[in-house]
Design a protein around this ligand. Structure first.
Ligand code: URA
Length: 236
């Protein structure tokens, strides 16, 4: 059971003070009865809460996919820079964090959630969750470079990188699929084969694909099916 004002704020109905105002004005019903007490305890599962007659969808865990644009940092707050959370307009971002990080100059698919447990499992290298990147390189890559990237390279850490998949698309850009998420990993892997990343975009994260119609800077909640697939990515 949680307080009515907290449930409403967590569901994104408004800030804590806004939802208290809605309650005071009689705009909230619980199981069809107007409730004017913000401290009223309600059940997330059993009670039907409505704002102006519309059901308030309450989910304890919330998941969003963002097409991160370049120039925005993967952080929850920053005194100077625009963060990925600043892009989740209209969303109650309390306890929402990015799952892993993309560099400021990287764009593409970023998952954000308040489900810390799933986030942790998705990031653990032992769970082998694929992340596919489109990489534009300074110089063309040879078949030997691709083999080296696939086998694992020394990027200056204790251990070489885990095996990856590397191939070129028709435009000659690299499609690199890795299962780890070390700091600047893709850039450092390309440095290890004496090359340099000019442009980097994450196309997928586990079973999630960046939809073509999700423009840079846009986001949307994950569907129930996508949430289920992500759980399956780390099951067993
Ligand atoms: N690897 C990098 O080097 N940068 C990113 O943003 C993601 C993976």
């Amino acid at each position: 059971m949680i307080r009515l004002d907290k449930l409403l704020a967590d569901a994104g109905a408004g800030s804590r003070s806004q939802v208290k105002e809605y309650i005071r004005k009689g705009r909230i019903t619980v199981n069809g009865q107007v409730c004017k007490k913000p401290e009223q305890k309600v059940s997330e599962e059993g009670d039907l809460v409505c704002l102006d007659g519309q059901t308030v969808e309450y989910a304890r865990c919330r998941y969003y996919m963002l097409h991160k644009p370049r120039g925005v940092i993967t952080a929850t707050e920053d005194p100077r820079e625009k963060t990925v959370l600043d892009l989740l307009k209209g969303v109650n971002t309390a306890h929402i964090s990015p799952v892993g990080r993309l560099d400021k100059d990287t764009e593409g698919l970023l998952l954000l959630t308040n489900d810390g447990e799933l986030a942790h499992r998705l990031l653990a290298p032992r769970n082998h969750v694929d992340k596919c990147y489109l990489v534009r390189t300074e110089k063309p890559l040879s078949p030997a470079d691709l083999r080296t990237l696939e086998e694992g390279v020394d990027i200056g850490d204790e251990k070489p990188t885990m095996p990856s998949r590397a191939c070129l698309n028709e435009a000659g850009d690299l499609l690199l699929t890795i299962q780890e998420g070390r700091y600047h990993q893709v850039k450092r892997m390309l440095q290890a084969v004496d090359n340099r990343v000019l442009y980097l975009k994450r196309l997928s994260f586990g079973s999630l694909r960046l939809p073509e119609d999700l423009k840079a800077g846009e986001f949307r909640p994950l569907t129930a099916k996508e949430q289920e697939s992500l759980r399956n990515d780390v099951a067993g």
